[in-house]
Design a binder for this molecule. Structure first.
Ligand code: DX5
Length: 231
């Protein structure tokens, strides 16, 4: 584990719990709270039983903040629209391994578009699904819930997968962000960090709870740091 990961776990805010009638206000609050990046949870009603927003909504919020955007594409066929997420202002495009017939080609196309690549793994999908594309992967997203909704419970049985991913990334000396998403809060972030994650996506735990979003962000980061030290 690189020393830098011990000093600054990254916090990513999912916009899923945000007020969709005032997204500009909420993304500005996220930035003021000290969050590192915003995750746009894109859902098409086919890959997951929910529908959220398209690239125009993301583009409309790009100029409101300076922090990075990642598009989490929970969509059945991401290839035809890859360029639209990049044009909307996303620096990272995350596709699901389960949704890509030709994952190696899809990741190559994202890089050709000038964005960083992300691959997400649903809870039932083994790490082996990405073994042959880690050289094309900038971010590995281990889902700790079944995608489609916020506010779900963290699936702790994903921690061995997180640890195996951390071991493989370190063994191969790859520069890959290991991110977790789903049910991340004060009671779960330490376990995910101790398993080897260094980037933590949270929705409910950031948008609701005691104190301000900034205070909740600081508390999550401090708890994650404790977990990282345990490694
Ligand atoms: C699932 C979504 C959620 C969201 C985070 O499809 O991707 O995981 O980002 O939601 P919370 O933090 O409320 O579980």
């Amino acid at each position: 584990m690189a020393l830098t990961a011990l000093s600054h776990p990254k916090l990513v805010a999912s916009v899923l719990p945000a007020d969709f009638s005032a997204l500009g206000h909420d993304v500005e609050e996220i930035e003021r709270a000290g969050i590192d990046r915003i995750q746009w949870d894109v859902m098409d009603g086919r890959f997951v039983p929910n529908i959220t927003f398209g690239p125009d909504v993301i583009a409309a919020n790009r100029a409101r903040v300076s922090i990075g955007f990642e598009a989490h594409l929970m969509v059945a066929d991401p290839d035809p629209m890859l360029h639209l997420w990049v044009e909307a202002g996303c620096e990272i495009v995350i596709v699901h391994a389960e949704a890509c017939r030709h994952l190696h080609r899809t990741l190559s196309r994202i890089r050709d578009l000038g964005a960083r690549t992300g691959v997400a793994l649903n809870p039932a999908t083994p790490l082996d699904a990405v073994a042959n594309v880690l050289d094309l992967t900038d971010l590995l997203l281990v889902m700790t819930v079944n995608p489609g909704f916020g506010g779900q419970s963290y699936i702790a049985t994903m921690e061995p997968k997180i640890s195996a991913a951390r071991a493989e990334i370190d063994r191969r000396g790859l520069d890959i962000e290991l991110e977790v998403d789903g049910g991340i809060g004060l009671g779960t972030i330490s376990g995910a960090a101790a398993a080897g994650a260094t980037v933590f996506c949270a929705g409910s735990a950031l948008f609701s709870g005691d104190g301000t979003m900034a205070e909740r962000t600081s508390a999550l980061r401090a708890t994650a740091t404790e977990g990282l030290v345990l490694q």
